[in-house]
Design a protein around this ligand. Structure first.
Ligand SMILES: [Zn+2]
Length: 223
């Protein structure tokens, strides 16, 4: 799953309006921000296998630190705790934790059974939405549209960056998503790991855009 994770972050703005979209992006994508680093370190592994599922040629055969259920729970608690240490807002910290965990849940929905439950156990799960390209695209697109609508319902633009910067970010995410689905099979895993780090660009972009949008007053609930 790709834009589905960003959809969760966009939607989470409604639940935690005082938290920057950039921070919500980090939370919802944390597991995938960690993964390329662990690949480069040689602590996790992926291999290319054309047709692994119709959506991706990647065989995620070893990624328990980033993508096990136990790992996701631990990262969720850690990020929630770090957030609370810097900004003691229980609501924001809870939403950050849930966003981190949502990544595993959405990956569970899409991946074939390659997601481990623990760091060393052999049980792997995944509901396999990726076996159908149309179903994957429909589900992710609906999530994405819903996320955009929720984000727009709690923020209003302050200037041009708030409008054009935001829609450029959305368009870019959509283009990368199409690229991921329809691109030719990559040839080496190292370039996958290096490209994976480009997700930080979206995080910075989201911080920038969010600064140029204000909260609509009704969205300001308790902290
Ligand atoms: Zn993932």
């Amino acid at each position: 799953m790709f834009i589905g994770h960003y959809a969760v972050a966009l939607a989470a703005k409604k639940a935690a309006p005082r938290t920057s979209l950039g921070t919500l992006f980090i939370a919802a994508q944390f597991v995938d921000l960690l993964w390329p680093v662990l690949l480069l370190l040689g602590w996790e592994h992926v291999r290319i296998e054309a047709g692994n599922t119709p959506v991706t040629p990647l065989d995620f055969y070893d990624y328990p630190i980033s993508h096990s259920l136990l790992g996701a729970l631990l990262w969720s608690a850690l990020l929630s705790g770090i957030y609370y240490a810097f900004r003691p807002q229980p609501r924001g910290a809870l939403i950050i934790g849930l966003c981190v965990l949502s990544h595993w849940i959405l990956d569970f929905l899409t991946h074939r059974p390659d997601l481990p439950l623990t760091f060393s156990g052999s049980t792997k799960v995944g509901a396999g939405l990726w076996y159908s390209v149309p179903a994957t695209v429909i589900v992710e697109s609906l999530l994405f549209i819903g996320g955009i609508a929720l984000y727009l319902s709690v923020t209003q633009t302050l200037d041009r960056v708030g409008v054009y910067g935001f829609w450029a970010l959305i368009a870019f995410l959509a283009i990368i998503y199409c690229g991921n689905i329809f691109a030719p099979t990559p040839t080496d895993t190292n370039s996958i790991a290096i490209a994976g780090n480009a997700s930080w660009l979206f995080v910075l972009w989201a911080y920038w855009v969010d600064k140029h949008r204000a909260l609509v007053t009704e969205s300001l609930g308790p902290q």
